[in-house]
Design a binder for this molecule. Structure first.
Ligand code: FE
Length: 234
C-alpha cells in the first residue's frame, strides 16, 4: 500500500492519500481545496490515478477539494448519506465497504461531532488503520456544539471505536499540537476525554469547552454542502 499523510497549515487538517501499489489506483480522504495542486502533483509524481475522494464529514473549518478534484480528474466523490449532499457522486451509510483497487474501507457511522461523521477502517494484512475524522482525535475528541453535534452520540461512537483492535493506527482529521498518529490502545489509556465512566460525565466535559466558532465556519459549511463551491457561500 502507498500511504501519505498531508497537512494543511491554515486549518491544521490532515489529508490522507492511499493507493493500491499494483493497480496504482488512489483515494484521498478529507482533501482541502487550497491544496488541490499539491495533491495533483503528488499523484503524478507517484504515478497514481485518483479514483475517489471522500470526506469524513461536512467540515466547518476548511473548504473541501471534492468538487475540484472530480472536475480535474474525473474521480468519484463520496460523503455520508446524512450530509444530504446533492452534488457528490455518491454517499455511504454505516457498515458499507468502499473499494479502491485492493484497498477496502469499512465505513463506520460515528455521529456526535456532526450527525454525518464517519470513520473509515482499513485492514492490510495484520495491521489495521482507522481514519477517525473529528470523532477521535489524538488525546482529544471533536467538539459537539454545532452542526447537529451531540455529546451523548459521540460517547457511544467513541465506545464503539474503542472495540477495534488495540494496535489499530489512529489517523485523525486534525491535530493542533503536533501529534501525527496514535493507536487505539494509546488513546484508551491516555486520551483525557476517554477517562470517564458515564455518558453524562462525558457530556459535562464537552459542555464546558467554551470554544470559539471556527474562523471559516460561515463560509465553509455552505460551500462544503455544495462540494466545495465557495460561490454558494455568498
Ligand atoms: Fe469537523
Amino acid at each position: 500500500m502507498i500511504f501519505r499523510q498531508l497537512f494543511d497549515i491554515d486549518s491544521s487538517s490532515y489529508t490522507y492519500l492511499l493507493a493500491d501499489e499494483t493497480s496504482r489506483e488512489a483515494v484521498l480522504i478529507d482533501p482541502v481545496l487550497a491544496n488541490t495542486e499539491q495533491y495533483l502533483r503528488l499523484l503524478t509524481e507517484l504515478g497514481l490515478t485518483l479514483k475517489m475522494a471522500m470526506d469524513t464529514h461536512t467540515h466547518a473549518d476548511h473548504i473541501t477539494a471534492l468538487g475540484k478534484l472530480r472536475e480535474q480528474t474525473g474521480c468519484i466523490t463520496m460523503i455520508g448519506e446524512q450530509a444530504g449532499s446533492s452534488c457528490a457522486t455518491g454517499s455511504f451509510g454505516d457498515g458499507q465497504r468502499i473499494a479502491v483497487g485492493s484497498l477496502v474501507f469499512k465505513t463506520l457511522h460515528t455521529p456526535g461531532h456532526t450527525d454525518d461523521s464517519y470513520s473509515f477502517y482499513l485492514e492490510q494484512g495484520n495491521q489495521s488503520y482507522l481514519f477517525s475524522g473529528d470523532t477521535l482525535l489524538i488525546r482529544g475528541t471533536g467538539r459537539t456544539d454545532f452542526q447537529n453535534g451531540d455529546a451523548y452520540q459521540q460517547y457511544k461512537s467513541l465506545s464503539n471505536l474503542m472495540q477495534l483492535p488495540d494496535t489499530t493506527w489512529v489517523y485523525p482529521a486534525h491535530d493542533y499540537k503536533g501529534w501525527m498518529v496514535s493507536t487505539i490502545a494509546e488513546e484508551i489509556q491516555h486520551n483525557p476525554r476517554l477517562q470517564v465512566s458515564t455518558a453524562d460525565e462525558y457530556k459535562q466535559i464537552m459542555d464546558n469547552l467554551n470554544l470559539p466558532n471556527p474562523r471559516l465556519m460561515d463560509i465553509a459549511v455552505p460551500a462544503n454542502r455544495a462540494c466545495g463551491n465557495a460561490d454558494q457561500a455568498i
